[in-house]
Design a protein around this ligand. Structure first.
Ligand code: GLU
Length: 504
């Protein structure tokens, strides 16, 4: 195979969502698998909707997922510039060439005339395609009318044979030429000079000049492809291979949209999805490795295994639960230092930790312990504060009134257990460790005759506000060490918890 060159061509009109992120990923994986080039091209011809901040964000999102580009904004390359808004001169020159060669012609039909044509076609149940009225105008007539100030659009002369291309996902595709008619490639500006080149035209000129060998994109572009093929043919350029990726659906099998939940890459990052989890999940959304049900792949393993032929044509259903499950897996694999760095902001946001503690070794070690306790029970990093709240923000009043807790605390055995336990804590001077706590529980058990849940639930509620949660062996040292750190909120020690719970 000649050197593979693929591109990701986003329009910077909003956030990068899963659909386009998957398109980017498949392009990137394909390029890396074949030792080819991955090009980033910014399609910002829609000046009203394109914004620089969206461009910056989408580049950040790509980098975050681990995708780098060989050519594109900020990197340059032999086909610069890589922003369409900076390539208008190139499009103009190419339009001139097509007009000179008679592959395209100026169309002077007005909006009203075209509208009337469309209405008539509709009434006669014919396809609403351009009649070709200006097709037969001679070059001289075109130039004369243009020179006299008549506004015109530029239309491509569609060849009189069906338009064919090969799609690596769908096989050979053919569109009868009548379905295309002579498409406008440059819109009328309403004045003498021609106006804005259209999407299909600039994409094709760019893909050809950038020597793209494989166009991998969403299947919402499939109906554009015959027009693009006609443009390649008009210039005598080789037609690339195409791969149109199936639509991504929500669980109700409707096209995935905001209705189904947040689907932007930025929002996934904010909720604490790790990039490797997202990339792994997106890779499997419409692709599977050969002969396997294997589900976990690092980026390097994906590069190795990725083949376009294994991309499915049927729509993929986006499964948030599966993404969460995947993330849980990667959170478990994440090394301590990185995990702490990623998780810290969620605690800082709540003002439970402060930036100066990042440099404090004791606070760091304590936070590592906290993460080791709570991370196994979350899918997303932003769920951590909700699990660990009682470490920082224990409210005994709330704990006592809690609907589930109140009946557990009201029983006679609970009262006995709490009184006995409080007695031990109060009689003890100095810090409490896990062994000490265990010994107390055994004593309380022996003295009160209460055991099992009846023994543990009241104590757990008194210390954590809930009757279920992580093991005491881990929590007791966490409370004790936390109480000795100067954090923005004071972490209550075991004794302070008991006092507070029984006092109010
Ligand atoms: N700019 C187009 C889009 O964002 C992609 C064009 C293409 O891939 O051909 O949908």
């Amino acid at each position: 195979m000649a050197t593979v060159r693929v591109r990701f061509a986003p329009s910077p009109t909003g956030l990068l969502h899963v659909g386009n992120a998957r398109t980017a990923l498949y392009n990137w994986l394909f390029a890396r698998h074949h030792g080819g080039k991955f090009i980033l091209r910014i399609e910002d011809t829609d000046v009203d909707r394109s914004e620089e901040r969206h461009e910056a964000q989408l580049m950040e999102d790509l980098r975050w997922m681990g995708m780098d580009w060989d050519e594109g904004p900020g990197v340059f390359g032999p086909h610069a510039p890589y922003r369409q808004s900076e390539r208008t001169g190139i499009y103009r020159e190419h339009t001139e060439q097509l007009l000179t060669e008679g592959k395209a012609y100026r169309c002077f039909c007005t909006q009203e005339e075209l509208e009337a044509e469309r209405k008539q076609a509709m009434a006669e149940h014919r396809p609403q395609v351009y009649s070709g009225r200006c097709r037969a105008l001679s070059a001289e007539a075109q130039l004369r009318r243009a020179a006299s100030g008549e506004a015109f659009a530029v239309r491509l002369r569609i060849p009189d044979h069906p338009l064919r291309f090969h799609d690596l996902v769908r096989g050979d595709v053919e569109f009868p030429q009548e379905t295309v008619s002579d498409p406008i490639i440059v819109r009328s500006s309403g004045v003498r000079s021609s106006g804005m080149p259209v999407y299909n035209y600039v994409v094709t000129v760019d893909d050809a000049l950038m020597e793209i060998t494989h166009v991998i994109r969403g299947d919402d572009h499939i109906s554009n492809t015959p027009k693009q093929v006609a443009i390649y043919e008009a210039f005598g350029w080789p037609v690339p291979e195409f791969a149109h990726l199936s639509t991504i659906l929500g669980s109700d099998r409707e096209r995935l949209s905001k209705r189904h939940g947040a689907t932007s890459i930025a929002s996934f990052r904010e909720m604490g999805i790790l990039p490797e989890a997202l990339v792994n999940y997106l890779a499997l959304l419409g692709w599977g490795a050969e002969g396997g049900t294997r589900e976990q792949f690092s980026l390097a393993e994906l590069v190795e295994a990725f083949k376009l032929e294994r991309v499915t044509a049927s729509p993929a259903v986006f499964d948030f639960e599966k993404l969460h499950w995947m993330n849980r897996h990667y959170l478990k694999e994440c090394d301590r230092e990185r995990l702490a760095e990623l998780a810290w902001p969620y605690f800082e946001q709540r003002n439970w930790l402060s930036p100066q503690h990042i440099a404090d070794e004791r606070a760091q070690a304590w936070f590592d312990t906290l993460l080791a306790i709570f991370t196994p029970s979350v899918d997303l990093l932003d769920q951590l504060p909700g699990k660990a709240w009682f470490v920082f923000d224990f409210d005994p009043l709330h704990a006592r009134d809690e609907e589930e807790n109140a009946p557990l605390l009201a029983s006679e055995s609970a009262q006995k257990v709490l009184a006995a336990f409080a007695g031990k804590v109060r009689a003890h001077a100095g810090p409490v460790d896990a062994a000490q706590f265990k010994a107390w529980m055994n004593e309380v058990k022996a003295e009160t005759g209460v055991k099992g849940k009846e023994l543990f639930h009241p104590v757990r509620i008194a210390l954590t506000g809930s009757h279920s949660g992580p093991e005491f062996d881990k929590l007791i040292p966490l409370f004790e060490e936390g109480s000795r750190l100067a954090l923005p909120v004071h972490v209550l020690s075991v004794r302070e918890r008991v006092e507070k719970f029984l006092a109010e």
